[in-house]
Design a protein around this ligand. Structure first.
Ligand code: ZN
Length: 491
């Protein structure tokens, strides 16, 4: 395929021309969510980054098989080989079957991704549905001598592996440093070395998510699923493996080691990673009180948010930064993104109504080329957006009668604007699609509850009960608090 797309490969640390292994097919694997809580900004960024890549590759004519997995077993607290499984813990606390937890949060994740206009992947495999493949992987690594069994668990032998291959090539970490900085073993530990990671864990008696294996009733280590499922759906060698930068170590480093230890070489041609999101300059974290879920952004229901932000504002804001740059969320920045996006959408509205003249006095001819050039340069979406802003200035001057455009140029401009703004950047016009549903809807319910509050103050019980009962019948859960009422919609 003739195009000069280049993408940055984390492994080689440089931009490389994109050349798939089996043109026109492209295999792309992105690490998906661990579904034990609501999706937040940290989920939005990789989803949008790789949606942009998926859309662009598809636009270029590739047949992309996009696999995004669901981690529903084996992801332990602290990402280490100890601690409780995140999903099992949630299930225990909420007295649910673990798969109920998974299904509940997966449904909500899909709703949030739909709102962000993130296209569904081609395959969305669950780790728990691929235990056999993971056991096969562990067996291979054991057979090849890069793992050992210890009290029913199986660990990857990092030191042994590092003698034959190099451990740490993706993250650039030095194994000697890691050996020196990881905690000393007390002799009681099952592992030979603190940096060895679990391929299979023997389940403690209280552990509910368990499967039989040659070594014990237990569960696979977190890193196994992506190696096993990537191979199953994309083959021993495939084009792109992506995820957030926080996955480079240990997750992707361990995946490379598992692939090399089991089949002799890495499976992946291009490793791609999006940078992280901070909030007002701070890392996001539950303990920092700045952990804002996507739904909270959409409704504005969080003390740090001055207003609700539509899903398209969030998407646009993320795309306004290059995926390898950091993004810092603040109310000011989001409000600016909201304004910018509405300027672009207004310009598109004007563009569709412009009348052609005999000749053009504005130059919009180079737009297509410039936008391709930016996208081909490692998906430089902020540059594409700046070109669209330039074009919207031209559109506005034509609308105001200060410039003219020929019929041919107008047709081209409409096509290019639509192609890049909607098809490739994946924006959608929320105003014409009925506005920000979430925001308007939330405000309407708040209004009803404030009328009910007023009725209660006036001892107008009939009105206050009517509002409460009818909202309840519609599926709302109303909870009275000391300064009013809170609501949520049970779905
Ligand atoms: Zn993964």
């Amino acid at each position: 395929m003739e195009h000069p797309l280049s993408i940055y490969n984390t492994l080689t640390r440089k931009k490389e021309p994109f050349k798939p292994l089996h043109e026109p097919h492209v295999g792309m694997y992105v690490c998906g969510p661990t579904v034990y809580g609501d999706a937040h900004l940290g989920h939005a960024r990789p989803a949008i980054t790789f949606d942009l890549l998926f859309r662009y590759l598809t636009h270029l004519g590739y047949k992309v098989r996009y696999v995004r997995n669901i981690t529903d077993v084996g992801h332990l607290e602290h990402d280490a080989d100890d601690g409780e499984d995140k999903i099992a813990k949630k299930a225990r606390l909420e007295q649910l079957e673990p798969m109920e937890v998974v299904q509940y949060y997966l449904n909500r994740y899909h709703q949030a991704m739909d709102a962000l206009n993130v296209l569904p992947p081609s395959i969305e495999p669950h780790a728990s549905g691929h235990i056999i493949e993971q056991i096969e992987l562990v067996k291979k690594i054991l057979d090849n001598g890069y793992a050992y069994e210890s009290q029913g668990s199986v660990y990857f032998d990092v030191e042994k592996y590092n003698k034959d291959h190099k451990y740490g090539i993706l993250s650039g970490r030095n194994i000697e440093d890691m050996l020196n900085t990881t905690r000393a073993l007390d002799g009681q530990d099952e592992k030979h070395n603190a940096i060895d990671f679990a391929l299979w864990k023997c389940a403690q008696p209280e552990h509910i998510m368990r499967w039989p294996s040659p070594w014990s009733d237990g569960f696979p280590g977190w890193h196994c699923e992506c190696t096993a499922m990537g191979k199953k759906y994309l083959g021993e060698h495939f084009d792109i493996h992506g995820g957030g930068m926080d996955l480079i170590f240990p997750h992707h480093e361990c995946e490379i080691a598992q692939a090399v230890a089991s089949q002799g070489d890495d499976m992946v041609h291009y490793w791609m990673h999006n940078n992280m999101i901070t909030i007002n300059g701070q890392k996001m974290g539950k303990s920092l009180g700045n952990f804002i879920t996507l739904e909270q952004f959409f409704t504005g229901d969080h003390p740090m948010l001055r207003q609700a932000y539509s899903a398209m504002t969030i998407r646009f804001f993320i795309l306004q930064a290059h995926y390898r740059s950091t993004v810092d969320f603040s109310n000011e920045a989001l409000q600016a993104a909201e304004k910018g996006l509405s300027r672009l959408m207004e310009a598109y509205g004007h563009l569709m109504k412009l009348q052609p003249s005999a000749a053009s006095t504005v130059d919009t001819r180079g737009l297509r080329e410039k936008c391709y050039e930016a996208m081909n340069d490692d998906l430089n979406s902020p540059i594409v957006i700046s070109h669209l802003f330039d074009a919207s200035r031209a559109i506005n001057s034509i609308k105001d009668g200060k410039a003219t455009i020929s019929g041919e140029d107008l047709k081209e401009l409409r096509e290019v604007f639509h192609l890049f703004l909607f098809d490739i950047l994946g924006m959608k016009d929320e105003a014409s699609a009925g506005g920000n549903h979430y925001e308007a809807f939330g405000k309407a319910v708040d209004l009803l509850l404030s009328i009910r509050q007023q009725a209660k103050a006036n001892k107008d019980w009939a009105t206050s009960d009517k509002i409460r009962n009818e909202l309840t019948a519609m599926g709302f859960e109303i909870k009275d608090t000391k300064d009013g009422a809170e609501w949520k919609l049970n779905n």
